[in-house]
Design a protein. Structure first.
Lengths: 606, 167
């Protein structure tokens, strides 16, 4: 790592310092940030950067087929490594195509730096060719954004962008780079140690008194529950380890959000499964009936809370979050703790251990009674589905995928819809950073490019995109990228020829009028795979499921598996929109129960 | 339902392009109210501006507004003057009134009572300048209506805490 700070004044006096073009300064800053891979697509405004990329060997560029794919790939890269994902796109349509991915990264707190080309400074505002107001458009969908108008501030801005993207609650940051800045020359380079501006200093250290209060509440609780989310994973592997130790030390039950899967081992008996709209019976009932909820790094999303007025009415709530604006946003909590999840968990764990030593850590009898109740809920076996050999049940396909891959270092991405929920329910994650899904924004088309990004970061690992046939078509062009870089990504399509979740809601809410949710004229996915130089496989019978999975795992190339699943299967359990946690539907029969149908109020919710 | 409260909030920001759009976009994007917004650079050496916002919402919303503002990278400080206790709020208004005869005389008389100054005059019009609380300006404008009010320009609220402490 070399860095050099030269002011314009001294440069004039002393022997000529090296001067760099804006593009060279940019790449130098990226290298100094430890960047190894960039996902991008060239265009007029960024040609100088591509020219500089051509003349160096430190940064690898992955050429996607559409800029949207670049951002999801960077998200997959970031979430599977904990590093910042980097995107490079051109001005105008390059930047606007990146907007969905940026919004996705904002909603799911994924650290991404997106470099966008811009028309030269003197043309900004003139409706120039491929001009868009990128900072204006991306302002609400980024954590922060910059327009670089002075080449001497370029390096500093890039370093600041990385710092903002990765620190505090991570998120996407855009750096908009006018072409005259990229071709201009300057001697000013500041290294990553260049100071961050004073206004940005996320609070990491939790208040010690509040940790003590939390311990006191935990020691008094009769029906406690850990409710944890992606914040634990974002905090890092140490936070995950600490959470696992804390949950085991307390013996409290633990549930995870969709984003949190992997933050606590799914195979641990203390784990109740996922919480929320398609969470388990035991998780949602425990959320409803607990007397102490310990939220670590989750944000009381509407998919988790259901009807706010009926959300866990009898509980005291502790909320640990690095983002103060997450606190009291949806649900009023009794004890907010602002800080890094890892640091808070370390405080709780050491405090709990010393309390335990003094015999002041919880009521064993009450906790045992609470577990008795939970086991009764668990005995409902809420994820059961009809076992049949007539048609491939999607749940069965995922279960078999899990069974046949569970010993391996397997990363799973998903698209959005029924298959995503089934993957969350049936694929068991024991480790963090192995589950990449679009939670907050719900972006169909996320999974394939995300898998691509994961595979770039982990070339030897098994990476599977559990997909639906509708979602995967949204970014199917990335098969071409996958082929170009010989990424052995596996796309495992649960093909029911419907937008399954849309169809499910139409069935439950709109009298079975399947308006525009049936996909006619689908491609032959096997031939489609072959045309992209991938291997195509198909299973139409239950007896073929294991064979195609085994074949998929054996092949060292990219594979697309088309699994023809039950067209009418719905995703249960389900908390109907507008309902409370204890009003779950367990299966198709439930919707006919009085009160089981979705209320008028629920109809307006998404 | 909790009652809606009116709060005056001061925000110190780096004076850089786009900062006002960030603040305003935050309010429109999240559906918060802005009753008034005043902004100008107040520290030219450090290039800092002070934004004074008057907003309304339930206590939970007000808390959110402050947390969301603090989250913006160029924001130095957010201070809720309403919560902080004693503070003064002033607005400046320019009020144009057209009329002749008794109405014209009456408008001048009322302006005197309100300590508004005539800063422009023609044979049949005045422009009054006045500073005061929002309520006082509202009251003056209302009185001018029957006397020939034709135009009002207001700055929105500027506010500062009482006492010797700075924000």
């Amino acid at each position: 790592m070399s860095s050099k700070t030269t002011s314009a004044a001294t440069a004039a006096a002393s022997p000529p310092a090296t001067d760099w073009t804006g593009s060279e300064l940019l790449l130098k800053a990226l290298v100094d940030q430890g960047v190894e891979v960039i996902f991008g697509y060239p265009g007029g405004a960024v040609l100088p950067i591509y020219d500089a990329l051509f003349q160096q060997n430190s940064l690898r560029h992955i050429l996607v087929r559409q800029e949207g794919g670049a951002v999801h790939a960077a998200e997959g890269y970031a979430r599977s490594t904990g590093k910042v994902g980097v995107v490079l796109v051109t001005s105008g349509p390059g930047a606007t195509n990146a907007v969905t991915g940026l919004t996705d990264a904002l909603m799911d707190s994924v650290p991404v730096v997106c470099l966008t080309g811009q028309v030269p400074t003197h043309l900004i505002g003139n409706d120039a060719f491929q001009e868009a107001d990128t900072t204006g458009i991306t302002r609400p969908c980024t954590k922060h954004n910059y327009l670089v108008k002075d080449i001497t501030k370029l390096s500093r801005t890039v370093h600041e962008a990385f710092h903002v993207a990765r620190s505090g609650r991570p998120g996407p940051v855009v750096v908009d780079l006018p072409k005259d800045i990229l071709v201009g020359r300057s001697t000013v380079y500041e290294g990553p140690e260049a100071g961050m501006r004073k206004t940005y200093a996320p609070r990491l250290e939790p208040d010690a008194d509040r940790i003590e209060q939390a311990l006191e509440m935990m020691a008094r609780a009769k029906r406690p529950l850990f409710y944890c989310g992606g914040g634990v994973i974002n905090s890092g592997p140490k936070a995950v380890e600490l959470l696992t130790q804390l949950v085991r030390a307390t013996g409290f039950p633990c549930t995870l959000t969709l984003m949190g899967l992997g933050a606590f081992p799914a195979s641990d008996p203390l784990f109740l499964g996922m919480v929320g709209m398609h969470g388990t019976w035991e998780s949602n009932h425990a959320m409803h009936d607990c007397d102490l909820m310990i939220n670590v790094g989750a944000r009381f999303d509407d998919r988790v809370t259901g009807k706010i007025a009926a959300f866990s009415p009898g509980s005291k709530k502790i909320h640990i979050d690095i983002d103060p604006s997450s606190i009291n946003k949806n649900v009023r909590v009794d004890l907010p703790i602002v800080g890094d999840a890892g640091k808070a968990l370390a405080g709780l764990l050491s405090g709990w251990k010393s309390r335990k030593a003094k015999g002041d850590a919880g009521h064993a009898k009450d906790l045992a009674a609470w577990w008795d109740q939970i086991e009764k809920w668990r005995a409902r076996d809420c994820l059961r589905y009809e076992k049949t050999d007539k048609v491939i049940k999607p749940q069965y396909a995922i279960q078999r995928l899990y069974e046949l891959t569970k010993g391996r270092d397997c990363y799973i991405t998903t698209e959005v819809g029924q298959h995503q929920m089934w993957a969350a329910q049936f694929y068991k994650f024991d480790k963090p950073n192995h589950w990449m899904t679009s939670g907050g924004l719900g972006t169909m088309g996320y999974g394939l490019p995300a898998a691509m990004g994961v595979q770039v970061a982990h070339p030897d690992a098994l990476v599977v995109d559990i997909a639906g046939e509708a979602s995967i078509l949204m970014n199917i062009q990335e098969l071409s990228t996958i082929c170009q870089y010989r990424l052995p990504v596996k796309a495992f399509i649960l093909n029911n020829q419907y937008m399954g979740m849309v169809r499910q809601w139409q069935e439950l809410l709109h009298g079975g009028r399947y308006s525009e949710s049936y996909m006619d004229s689908l491609p032959d996915f096997v031939k489609l795979a072959e045309s992209f130089h991938c291997v195509g496989l198909r299973a139409t019978k239950v007896s073929e499921v294991d064979d195609v999975i085994k074949e998929m795992l054996k092949v060292k190339q990219p594979v697309v598996v088309d699994v023809a699943v039950d067209q009418t299967e719905n995703c249960f359990p389900m908390i109907p929109s507008g309902a409370a946690h204890n009003e779950m539907l367990l299966g198709p029969a439930d919707k006919k129960k009085p009160g089981g149908a979705i209320s008028e109020d629920g109809m307006v919710l998404v | 339902m909790t009652a809606v409260e009116r709060h005056t909030i001061s925000v110190i920001v780096d004076n850089e392009p786009g900062i006002l759009a960030r603040v305003v976009g935050l309010f429109s994007g999240r559906g918060y109210n802005i009753e008034s917004l005043t902004v100008a650079e107040t520290d030219s050496r450090e290039h800092r501006s002070r934004i004074t916002l008057v907003t309304s919402g339930t206590p939970m919303i007000i808390e959110q507004i402050k947390a969301q503002l603090e989250r913006l990278v160029p924001v130095h400080k957010v201070s809720d003057l309403t919560e902080g206790g004693a503070h003064v709020e002033r607005e400046l208004a320019l009020i144009k009134v057209r009329g002749t005869g008794e109405k014209r005389v009456e408008s001048l008389r009322i302006a005197d009572i309100f300590r508004a100054r005539a800063i422009d005059s023609t044979i049949d019009s005045f422009v009054f300048e006045m500073t005061g609380s929002t309520d006082k300006i509202d009251a003056f404008v209302k009185l001018m209506e029957p006397l020939g009010l034709i135009e009002v320009a207001r700055t929105g609220v500027a506010a500062i805490s009482r006492g010797s402490q700075a924000l």
